[in-house]
Design a protein around this ligand. Sequence first.
Ligand code: GLU
Length: 305
Amino acid sequence: MTAIHSPLSSSMYVGRFAPSPTGPLHFGSLIAALGSCLEARRQKGRWIVRMEDVDAPRTISGAADIILRQLEAFGFEWDGPVLYQSTRLNRYREVLEDLIARGYAYPCACTRAEMADAPFARDGSRRYAGTCRNGLPSGREPRAWRLRTEPGDISFVDAIQGACHEDVFADTGDFVLLRADGQFAYQLAVVVDDAAQGVTHVVRGADLLDSTARQIYLQRLLGYPALHYAHLPVAVNKQNEKLSKQTKADALDVRLPAPALRAALSFLGQRPPVDLVTASLREIWDWASEHWDMAHVTRLRTIQL
Ligand code: GLU
């Protein structure tokens, strides 16, 4: 099950940007793209782009191409081909079957309505009480597949947010690997692909900090290498909502990349000099590549715009 790495790639920094093509990129996604890219370049590593179109119902047709065009217009250059998660379903199924064969995954018949009174997990989902853990109640049909979790602390040191720990069993409980609508869960897909692509460092928005322990839990179960994490502050609007398609964030304007790139650098605690206000996109990238320092990124999980 362990992903195969060449000796070269196993010692090399591999970072990634993994947008979900649910719409065009906005300022919030630019932060994650820029932070992950600059850190990879700083470490003389590779930086790859993975299209997380595993959630078919949420994927918007044409959005992946728009995202790639936006990245190009903003001066991003990624290494190697873009991996589309929609092409990886057989691999996710193999991994799920392996977990089932090893007794770690089990079918679950519970509906959302039946879990409505369960306590909240940190990420706002409902903690699963384990109703179907020891077999489906009689007469019930399987809907989703869940991972059987055991109590125990998962701890990691995030390069920005510091020491973090979580007991996955206590917090989220047995989490979903294959959803009731037949879609593979983000948690499974992201872990399988990070390992398959030889990713070593994950730099992404702090909204995903609460998913990290579950991902580490799965990595360990699958015998995958441990990753380094850095969670960047997330841009929120005046209502404290993360910028997203749902909160009607403006798409990045490909005709005006320079001001947005400068604003993203400032958001990330870098201090672009005033004369960069009139600089070209190339000059901004040159300055950023030379001066990027993750130590300047604030430890806050959100910053209001
Ligand atoms: N696809 C996820 C998103 O756009 C990011 C996944 C990740 O970076 O782990 O929110």
